[in-house]
Design a protein around this ligand. Sequence first.
Ligand SMILES: Cc1cc2nc3c(=O)[nH]c(=O)nc-3n(C[C@H](O)[C@H](O)[C@H](O)COP(=O)(O)OP(=O)(O)OC[C@H]3O[C@@H](n4cnc5c(N)ncnc54)[C@H](O)[C@@H]3O)c2cc1C
Length: 466
Amino acid sequence: MKKKICIIGCGTFGSYLLKRLLEKHGDGADITVVEIGHSKTQSESEVGLGSISEHSKVSTDGRYFGFGGTSARWGGQVLFFDERDNPEGDATWNEIVRINQRHKATVLKNLLGENVDLQEDRANIKTGIWLKYAKRNLFKRLGKSQLAPVKMMPGQRVVDFNIIEGRLNSVVCRSREGQTAEVAADVFYLTAGALESCRLLLALNAKTGLLDGTDLGKNFGDHISTELFTVHGAKPVINGVDFTPRLRRGSLVTQRMIVQTDDGVIGFLHCVFNKDIKAFKFLKELMFGKRSTTVTFAEFIGGVVFLFQFVFHLLFKNKLYVDETQWSLQLDMEQPVPNKNRLALSAEKDQYGEAAIQIDWQVSKKDLAYIAEMRKKIEHILKSNQLEFKALYNPATTDNKVEDVYHPVGCTRIGHDAKAVVNYNGRVKSINNLYHFSTGIFPSAKSINPSAAVLCFVEECLAGEP
Ligand SMILES: Cc1cc2nc3c(=O)[nH]c(=O)nc-3n(C[C@H](O)[C@H](O)[C@H](O)COP(=O)(O)OP(=O)(O)OC[C@H]3O[C@@H](n4cnc5c(N)ncnc54)[C@H](O)[C@@H]3O)c2cc1C
């Protein structure tokens, strides 16, 4: 009998997983994909989901629905955790780093078509790779013939789990019109995004208590991001490292500086270029799939010199054109664990009649103290590099712009301890045949945009699969 597999949510990780399962099993497995959306990418409100969130925009602006999910709109920057993310030698992070290092070459090959040396031996400088635009939507990498044997169920939302003696027998799906269907399988993969997957597990736990005593929904974190300084009239070179993104076979290779507070809280410093140039803003909005723009036609055309430089540098110098009159330094810090942020089921219902997700998230006083500490350290670095700069972040005031950046972590934390929600191959505690992959598995965000690191856990799971 063929193994029956059900994938819940065909976004970034669901699409990658589907491709890898098809490569592994060919037509030797019966695969069903349940996806709430369709081929057109939709926002939270368009698809009919709901959230209550006072301080974070991760639910409304940080996730997208339909085949390809958020990868239809993401930046597509690929990075991995390495030892520099775990200077304290924490046991959970040791394992996360080990699994990232074990599978990063495979993930890079699958994403880029080649393995790339990320030069992880360079003290505090980390390399990332922005996938070329046409390669960002991971669902679009699946060909029609590859998908032919897969049972696709678009417009169906998983709303419930039927569990008998620690095994998930079937999931209940509901369309927006209220029709229900049931999908039975031997193995289920929950890849509905960090927020919706956590919401489904919270609802499952409210019904069964199977995840009682775990940290499900707790210590919900993100990177907290703020623009620290603008630098004027200089090349983006700090401590001898050139931060200009370079082109490599259509992808952009970037550099960031890993930073650390005295308490061991990790983050990264990166350069933001051409921020005030309207023509560049327009190009970025186009690349991130925005359907409207704030840039007028006149402003776009007014940037003709910039556009010429931009194209010239990409074509003939293999690098991004950087306007040296002014560029910014942006700091992104992890939110250390434990913290008070959490996800819970709200009393409010969404358009499917399901409990909306309640997001209690904020930037704490401690988070701000870490930003202030890093600001001081970075100011010192700028001075020693004799760069002319202007400070934007002022620790003495409360009106600094400090935001989350859609890297939801912590809510479905990985580990071997009793409070962890999933184990290191993604299996959900107390349920034999349910696996979960999202950025929610990482305790915190450390120094990377975390999606490619999740793909390493998909690989780890598949490597252990019979
Ligand atoms: C603007 C932006 C830029 C970003 N840039 C980067 C970057 O450069 N690098 C990086 O690493 N990360 C980046 N991220 C984060 C990255 O996009 C996410 O980490 C990643 O896409 C999450 O993948 P996922 O599969 O968990 O969720 P998604 O890709 O959102 O997929 C979830 C899928 O599940 C479906 N679904 C949801 N609920 C259900 C249900 N109940 N039943 C059935 N189907 C369901 C959805 O329709 C969707 O297709 C960015 C995010 C944003 C918003």
